[in-house]
Design a protein around this ligand. Structure first.
Ligand code: FAD
Length: 490
């Protein structure tokens, strides 16, 4: 008889794991609490507008291709990818922005205009970032985070200094122009920590940005979730929605299944892609590996306040991805990581997918997503959401020289309370646990439980970390560990 595996959650990591495990020969069932699959990457469809609720930046296309290639597929078997040009633009003040185009050559020209001599330095910086990418993303991140030895290779030994310097120091050593510094420090924000807490080695994110570019799947990121659902079902995975998990059944120290909506569903192995902290609360206390104090001490990636807006006209002076870095970056970062309060003057990000993809909004209308990064654990009230919307939309109007407040057909918001309610997210975090030096690889919560046999974890709180590409890899790593420890037959 085939061994059975119950998987909690249907985010990128769970879906990836389900595909690998079904391909290996297990009988796999996915249990998702929400009505639709996809977790943080779900989709909002309203009045002819389509919004990705979570991820909007498709970076590291090679990681997606590597995932599909493991099943003899390509992304193009499921969705159409477009390389965005421009990739994005960054506002620094009224009508004052830098546009990042789709090749390094064009980007170096933009840099040179800002700071004489910077193009040569940029080429060198990206060359080094590429070599880090080749070491990290093509190799290191595919390790299961079991031993420190995974990080010690001839290639990393040569780069040892880069683990003890930071992105902030390295960028400032080479570049003097504050605007270029902000652009070069932006990609590591995806890893969830401040550039001053992120090792230089993580400059591989700058290669992902300038070297590989920014892509958009036609009809949005949710197409990737649909592709994975398609693949998983073809491989024989069963997916159940509105199937909340209340408890992990443990007998004699061995995981035996799940309680879903009050019903016990037995399996040989349990894998959870729900947030790690929440998964442990589904176990009786003696079986939890990490104390509340452990989680409290960790650096969590930010939460976010998001708005999804249908505009009744096309907007001008914005691109598909537009960043608003017109206020003090340090003050906002301090509010997220140090003082943990709502920022006085927030930086924000806006995405207008209908700028490049007509399927995202009705004709002559615009779909807009606005995101303010926030500290996890903050108070979240309708009044605070309204205050912050007013702050950013007023700045948006001023910087892009247009009025939009009277062109809003509808506005939905999503913030800390929703992250907790919808995903059981620890303190309402959006992007999981940050990738700092002390929260990297074997120093992250483990894929395999130390206290319960046959229980495994995957997702952005374990290895390799936050983001869609790492979540895909996390699913593969968890599946590999399971296949290593358990025969496919019982
Ligand atoms: C606003 C936002 C913007 C982002 N932008 C980007 C981006 O542009 N690019 C990028 O690469 N990454 C981005 N990310 C990060 C990326 O979306 C995540 O890293 C990734 O989606 C996490 O996948 P996961 O499988 O680890 O977790 P999740 O997607 O959270 O999946 C966990 C699943 O478990 C389910 N679950 C929880 N508890 C239970 C329970 N008790 N019973 C049953 N099911 C349960 C949840 O409902 C959820 O479906 C963004 C994230 C957010 C929130």
């Amino acid at each position: 008889m085939k061994a059975t595996i119950n998987i909690i959650g249907s985010g990128f990591s769970s879906l990836a794991a389900s595909c690998y495990l079904a391909k290996a020969g297990y009988e796999v069932t996915v249990f998702e609490k929400n009505k639709t699959i996809g977790g943080r990457a779900r989709q909002l469809i309203k009045d002819g507008f389509t919004f990705d609720i979570g991820p909007t930046w498709y970076w590291m296309p090679d990681v997606f291709e590597r995932f599909f290639a493991d099943f003899n597929k390509k992304s193009s078997d499921y969705y159409t990818l477009q390389k965005l040009n421009p990739a994005y633009s960054v506002y620094f003040g009224k009508d004052d922005y830098i546009t990042i185009e789709d090749t390094l050559e064009k980007i170096t020209i933009a840099f040179e205009k800002e700071e004489s001599g910077s193009s040569k330095k940029l080429n060198k910086f990206i060359e080094d970032a590429k070599s880090n990418y080749d070491i990290a993303i093509k190799d290191l991140v595919y390790n299961p985070g079991v031993s420190p030895l995974e990080l010690i290779t001839p290639a990393t030994i040569k780069k040892i200094n880069q683990f003890f310097s930071t992105i902030k120091k390295d960028v400032r050593k080479e570049f003097k122009n504050e605007r270029l510094i902000k652009i070069l420090e932006f990609p590591v924000l995806f890893l969830g920590a401040k550039p001053s807490d992120t090792p230089s080695f993580y400059s591989f994110m700058n290669y992902a940005d300038f070297g590989l570019g920014t892509f958009h799947p036609k009809k949005g990121m949710y197409q990737v979730i649909l592709a994975m659902e398609h693949l998983a079902k073809d491989l024989g995975v069963t997916i159940k929605t509105e199937a909340n998990i209340d408890k992990i059944i443990v007998e004699d120290g061995v995981a035996k299944g799940l309680v879903s909506n009050g019903e016990s569903i037995y399996s040989d192995i349990v894998l959870s892609g729900a947030d790690y902290h929440h998964t442990e609360t589904l176990l009786d206390k003696p079986f939890r590996q990490y104390s509340e104090n452990y989680w409290k001490k960790k650096t969590f990636a930010p939460s976010s306040l998001l708005f999804y807006i249908g505009f009744d006209k096309k907007l001008k002076n914005v691109n598909h991805h537009t960043l608003f870095f017109d206020v003090d970056f340090e003050a906002h970062a301090e509010a997220i990581y140090d003082t943990c309060k709502w920022p006085e003057n927030p930086l924000f990000y806006a995405s207008f997918p209908s700028k490049t993809d007509s399927s995202c909004a009705p004709q002559d209308k615009e779909a807009g997503i606005f995101l303010i990064p926030l500290a996890p654990g903050l108070e979240d009230t309708p009044e605070l959401r309204a205050t912050y919307f007013e702050k950013i939309i007023t700045r948006f109007e001023n910087m892009t020289s247009q009025s939009v407040k009277n062109n809003i057909l509808f506005k939905e918001s999503f913030c800390l309370n929703d992250f907790i309610k919808d995903y059981n997210s620890y303190k309402g975090n959006a992007y999981g646990m940050a990738n700092t030096l002390l929260q990297t690889a074997f120093l992250r919560p483990k894929l395999k439980s130390k206290t319960v046999r046959n229980l495994f974890f995957t997702g952005q709180l374990t290895v390799p970390g936050p983001g869609v590409p790492p979540s895909l890899i996390s699913g593969k790593l968890a599946a590999n560990l399971i296949t290593k420890h358990h025969s496919i037959l019982v």
